[in-house]
Design a protein around this ligand. Structure first.
Ligand code: TXA
Ligand code: MG
Length: 311
């Protein structure tokens, strides 16, 4: 793993990103672990390296408002917030725009996208140099605190990531405020340095989700995408009326297959696309072949179990 910095470092990190690799980079809040937002493969690598037992949707980092406007549908209130607080530590959850090419895995299959413009010249330069928005969670392993220095990231990941872009210590050290505009009333999902009062001065009254939710698993609070098809998991073969979603080389040639070679990263990358595809094809019942409960397989199975219970 290389630790790079300066103008040359930004170029090196951007090269990694353009080859679908993931890199750690500084923002004003904490270090992020980024991949190109439109690359299912890069996003699957992020989840693999984070070691999360489930898919928590990621924040999409943009360097300009036009890109943000292309990826999400702003409402007048959220537009005002973006104008005032961007670049800065405010993440806004909005409806995903119809033309958005952001990886479905990045938003865990949701119809919303969390988006922010970081207030860090290095992060903004990296996004521009890479040529597109960056999907990134905080650069820590699951269940550990967010890193605010390059050395924290290297202690955390060692050689499992190819590159850390060192921008020195983060100025804020606290993750961004997350506000959700996808429901009836704007709701703060995660408090941060931009406070409820700061936001209410601009848009009037909002709610704070004080939830009885475990902080260790913020992804649990998010409503998950479930296909209308009924899913039967750990199926070896399909029954009458079912379509088979395969995994690995044993699956019949004519079935949908999450990964013909049995590669978990590929399966994660295709998972949400495949679930949506079932709906697009109006499939009523689907049999899903077993996915090994190791590495990314744990998160894939978690997601499939939820999707199978939701109907
Ligand atoms: O300051 C930050 O926000 C840092 C830097 C790197 O930008 N990032 C960060 O990401 O803290 P992460 O993944 O550790 O936290 C993102 C939070 C999670 O609680 C996640 O559930 C929520 O944002 N989130 C992301 N997409 C969402 C969505 N579509 N709907 C609701 N919540 C979402
Ligand atoms: Mg985090």
């Amino acid at each position: 793993m290389q630790i790079v910095s300066g103008r040359k470092g930004i170029k090196q990190a951007a090269d990694h990103l353009r080859s679908s690799n993931i890199v750690a980079f500084p923002t004003e809040t904490v270090y992020g672990l980024g991949g190109m937002a439109f690359s299912d493969d890069a996003v699957a690598k992020i989840f693999e390296v984070k070691g999360r037992p489930n898919f928590n949707p990621l924040i999409i980092h943009v360097a300009d408002f036009e890109t943000a406007n292309y990826l999400v549908d702003f409402c007048p209130q959220s537009l005002k917030l973006a104008e005032i607080f961007w670049p800065g530590p405010l993440t806004i959850v909005l409806k995903r725009a119809n033309n958005s090419n952001v990886s479905l895995l990045a938003s865990a299959g949701l119809k919303t996208t969390a988006i922010r413009m970081p207030d860090s010249q290095i992060a903004l330069d990296l996004i521009c140099e890479a040529g597109g928005p960056i999907a990134a969670p905080s650069a820590n392993k699951s269940g550990r605190v967010s890193p605010t220095q390059a050395t924290h990231v290297s202690e955390e990941f060692g050689n499992t990531i190819p590159c850390i872009l060192d921008g020195g210590p983060c100025t804020l050290g606290l993750e961004s405020t997350v506000i959700d505009f996808s429901g009836a009333i704007p709701t703060i999902l995660r408090p941060g340095s931009i406070t409820r009062q700061d936001i209410e001065k601009v848009v009037g009254e909002i709610t704070l989700d004080t939830g009885k939710r475990p902080i260790v698993a913020p992804g649990m609070m998010v409503r998950h995408y479930a296909p209308s098809a009924k899913l039967r998991l750990n199926a070896k073969t399909k029954k009458r009326g079912e379509i088979l979603v395969g995994f690995g080389p044993e699956a019949p040639q004519d079935s949908m297959n999450l990964s013909p070679t049995g590669n978990l990263r590929e399966a994660a990358a295709k998972l949400f696309f495949t679930l949506r595809e079932l709906d697009k094809r109006n499939i009523i019942e689907a049999a899903i072949m077993p996915i090994p409960e190791t590495g990314l397989g744990v998160a894939i199975n978690d997601r499939l179990r939820r999707a199978s219970k939701n109907n």
